[in-house]
Design a protein around this ligand. Structure first.
Ligand SMILES: Cc1cc2nc3c(=O)[nH]c(=O)nc-3n(C[C@H](O)[C@H](O)[C@H](O)COP(=O)(O)OP(=O)(O)OC[C@H]3O[C@@H](n4cnc5c(N)ncnc54)[C@H](O)[C@@H]3O)c2cc1C
Ligand code: HEM
Length: 502
């Protein structure tokens, strides 16, 4: 049942309160829910709790929901991300009761007297309206998995070191059953015991499938996360699951695995298409790209003709995974180009690696936009995966070259979305350049402030909206709600500017 008008009005009235207290509410919520239901730690990521990423992701989601309570359609892509993540962790309808209890309780604790019975009633109704949407989407997704609706035991049949940082695990189902296919780019969740946490504590993480679908095994390729928190405590906080996989899981061991999920992938149509493809990755972000490359070069008839550029940045040759494999593909398929950037290596190392290897961080300006990035073909698709700063830089550079936003897809190996940033400004600059070229206009003297503000708002809004997959500084695709709002204002400003012929 939908909300009544008075309930809707209350939700709208609480938007500024959520902007101020949202993270306090979700922090209180997680603290109480996880303390009183410790078994939930099996699915909640302990590190995302400690770093606050998950608290900020949920606060962003709740805020965007309230801000768009009368226009929920804008939340579509954000809902997809949540639903795929939830399904990969086997979240069930009954779990929503638990979240409802602790979320409303946290609102009351944090907001105190301001949280009247009427506010609680409105938020109870609003929560269930959203929960029902998620539950319905999740039910549909579970029904598409051919009966694989819970964690399934997989045996590690091969463990292969791919570089100093990355190791691959080949996984076969213990039940000997068939493996469903997936779209290259999708991920599975893996659930294992983490000895460093003690008490038999299980944790779950997502890993992109790094090989071609249709085999009798799945393959994941995991980077050992050795991050050191020098800013605050100076202590090392090695990642729980990646280190446990590297150090304690060996051939013959059994781990729990989910059905493949995820919305960053090369669709069946895109696999068959003949349009060019640019795969941009940094670090372990190459795993979905290797899956895409393997798929299009092994299964599709267009694979010998279609232009593909695999562009990757690693710290050094030693940390670069899959180089011999990708080089063999490039040798076999002249239509496949490869370029490597080594961000932390001397020029001599890059030189010995070959003419397609450069030193320094990945920079698209070091490449030829037409020959290397195929920008003359407007249908060219660009897939980006790596740290959020890297993805924002690549996105901004592509937008600046005039690539359409709809042709850029990105995946963050984390929770809560990519922080908005340079992309909006790049879109604004690209739009301004186009306008200048179209009108033959000269320098800044003739620039209309309404157009500038409008394009900036559209750029920032669409950038924020479409690509708000972040690291928790700005929370997730939920920001697309905010983004589309800004974009709408921007469009109005541009239209008004045009009507004024400035
Ligand atoms: C869709 C998706 C696909 C992915 N695909 C891959 C893939 O193909 N390969 C891959 O290797 N990874 C992939 N990941 C990332 C993966 O899921 C894990 O996030 C990664 O392996 C790190 O997990 P961990 O348990 O080792 O680290 P965690 O324990 O989750 O720690 C994460 C970070 O938080 C820091 N941290 C932990 N505790 C503290 C603390 N107390 N204080 C401060 N900082 C702390 C850690 O140092 C670390 O840097 C993917 C993620 C997603 C969402
Ligand atoms: C209306 C209710 C809910 C909302 C709005 C919501 C929202 C979110 C969001 C925004 C994310 C981050 C998605 C991403 O960027 O990857 C997320 C992840 C997650 N959610 Fe929910 N969620 C809800 C209900 C639930 C329930 C009922 C459970 C189970 C108890 C649950 C468990 C999780 C878990 C385990 C994750 C992954 C956490 C991590 O990896 O750190 N959620 N949810």
């Amino acid at each position: 049942m939908g909300l009544t008008q008075p309930q809707t009005d209350i939700i709208k009235a609480t938007v500024p309160i959520l902007a101020e207290h949202g993270v306090s509410i979700t922090t209180e919520f997680y603290k109480n829910m996880l303390t009183e239901n410790p078994s939930l730690y099996k699915v909640f990521n302990i590190a995302n709790q400690v770093t606050g990423h998950q608290q900020r992701a949920l606060a962003g989601a709740v805020y965007a929901y309230a801000a768009n309570i009368e226009n929920l359609s804008v939340l579509g892509p954000a809902i997809e991300t949540i639903v795929h993540k939830h399904c990969s962790l086997y979240i069930q309808p009954a779990d929503y009761e638990i979240v409802a209890k602790y979320l409303l309780q946290a609102m009351k604790i944090v907001l105190g007297d301001a949280c009247t019975e009427a506010v609680l009633d409105a938020w109870g109704a609003a929560y269930w309206q959203l929960a029902d949407v998620l539950i319905a989407h999740e039910r549909a997704l579970y029904q598409s998995t051919d009966g694989w609706t819970d964690w399934r035991d997989f045996r590690i049949v091969r463990k292969v070191v791919e570089s100093t940082e990355i190791t691959s695990f080949y996984l076969e189902p213990v039940d000997g059953g068939k493996l469903p296919t997936y779209n290259p780019g999708q991920y599975i969740s893996v659930q294992i015991e983490v000895p460093s946490l003690g008490g038999g504590q299980m944790q779950a993480r997502q890993y992109s499938l790094s090989d071609v679908p249709g085999k009798s095994h799945y393959r994941i390729s995991v980077k050992r996360d050795l991050w050191v928190d020098s800013s605050s405590t100076g202590k090392a906080s090695p990642g729980h699951v990646s280190n446990a996989l590297h150090d304690t899981k060996n051939e013959g061991d059994v781990i729990r695995v989910s059905h493949p999920f995820g919305e960053f992938f090369l669709s069946a149509d895109e696999q068959q298409a003949s349009t060019p493809l640019v795969l941009l990755s940094a670090g372990v972000g190459l795993t979905p790209m290797v899956s895409m490359l393997n798929t299009i070069t092994s299964t599709t008839p267009t694979s010998k003709k279609r232009k593909v550029h695999f562009i990757h940045c690693a710290r050094s040759l030693a940390s670069l995974a899959f180089k011999p494999h990708v080089s063999n593909i490039a040798k076999k398929y002249p239509n496949v180009a490869t370029t490597y950037f080594l961000s932390n290596s001397p020029a001599s190392e890059a030189k010995t690696a070959g003419s397609n290897t450069r030193t320094g961080r990945m920079s698209l300006s070091a490449l030829d936009a037409r020959k290397d990035l195929y920008i003359d073909t407007p249908e060219t698709k660009y897939f980006i995966c790596g740290p959020s700063g890297f993805m924002k830089d690549m996105e901004a550079a592509l937008l600046e070259l005039g690539v359409a936003q709809g042709n850029i897809k990105m995946e963050l190996f984390g929770t809560g979305g990519i922080p908005a940033g340079a992309a909006g400004a790049a879109a604004a600059r690209a739009a301004a350049k186009k306008k200048q070229a179209a009108t033959g206009g000269g320098a800044a003297g003739g620039v209309c402030p309404l157009h500038v503000a409008g394009f900036a708002a559209v750029g920032a809004g669409v950038g924020l909206g479409l690509y708000g997959k972040g690291n928790g500084v700005v929370e997730g695709r939920w920001w697309q709600a905010v983004g589309f709002g800004a974009a709408a204002v921007g469009v109005l400003a541009v239209v008004w500017g045009t009507l004024r012929r400035c």
